[in-house]
Design a binder for this molecule. Structure first.
Ligand code: PAF
Length: 281
């Protein structure tokens, strides 16, 4: 695997790739890689000739007081995993390289995509995500890019950005990878104490129960999500939201929307760790 830390070096390397082989598939990450990321790298291989990963902890998508400073940085271990997964190129810029001056030109996603669910609790988050992904796309110029569905709203926002700007990038979803007890793999799981780790699968269990209820004809989404929030609270969590939404645009569904067009999403704090998860109906 070739590792490049500068925009000039990765551009030069990928210009040669484009000349020789063709289709570049890109998997942007913030590092601290787990099986979920590695599954995306393997999936990427089926969508092109050359797999490019990036590692960059993007300050723009964190609010002051969030976990930017303590976000785990595990570069050497990440590189080993990427090599084992057969990744061809890694772009790992410093902050000074990617943002040599304040990034004043930004991508501002529409409020009905960016200010709901995650965006309500993390104002500006999707502006930061969309801006860095647009910049990484401009550098890597991939023909396809993979994003995990664990961050369902991120996938929706980035798909819409690519569609509305007519970018020549296929946005491909990756399935969420889970531990045997159902907990979705996440870099933030490492922050959980052993007691919290034992409690954490409740989030997935509650989402599964709502999915089963909706599939069997229960359309009272308000009661279903309120009951889940109440159980989280009673079990020591601080829920931000549990919501049933349309997959396409994450807006509230009409009463008789077909079940298979829906997704159930949740975010809740367990101790000092904020976990998110979702399940498609
Ligand atoms: O999903 C992530 O890890 C990040 O939001 C991304 C897409 C790499 C942008 O920083």
């Amino acid at each position: 695997m070739q590792i490049h830390h500068t925009i000039a070096a990765i551009r030069k390397a990928l210009a040669e790739v484009r000349h020789n082989t063709g289709r570049i598939v890109f998997v942007p990450t913030m590092g601290n890689l787990h099986e979920g990321h590695i599954a995306l790298m393997r999936q990427a291989r089926h969508h092109g000739d050359c797999v490019v990963a990036s590692i960059f902890v993007n300050r723009l998508q964190f609010r002051p007081g969030e976990d930017f400073e303590k976000y785990p940085r595990t570069f050497a271990a990440d590189c080993e995993k990427l090599v084992a997964a057969g990744v061809d190129y890694l772009f790992a810029p410093s902050e000074e390289e990617l943002y040599p001056e304040p990034q004043r030109y930004v991508i501002e996603p529409p409020v009905d995509h960016a200010n709901i669910l995650e965006g309500e609790f993390r104002p500006g988050h999707f502006r930061g995500v969309a801006t860095v992904v647009m910049k990484l796309f401009a550098i890597v110029q991939p023909q396809a890019a993979l994003f995990g569905k664990k961050d369902f709203q991120q996938f929706m926002v980035l798909s819409a950005m690519v569609r509305e700007f007519a970018l020549a990038v296929d946005v491909i979803p990756g399935e969420t990878v889970r531990a045997a007890d159902g907990l979705a793999l996440s870099s933030r799981n490492g922050f959980l104490s052993s007691v919290e780790r034992a409690e954490a699968p409740r989030l997935h269990r509650l989402l599964s129960q709502i999915v089963t209820a909706v599939r069997t004809g229960n359309h009272d989404y308000t009661s279903l999500t309120a009951a889940a929030e109440a159980e989280l609270q009673a079990s020591g969590w601080l829920p931000d939201y549990v919501a049933v939404r349309r997959k396409f645009d994450l807006q509230s569904p009409a009463a008789q929307e077909p079940a298979d067009t829906l997704v159930v999403l949740a975010a809740a704090r367990l101790g000092s760790t904020r976990l998110i998860d979702n399940l498609e109906v």
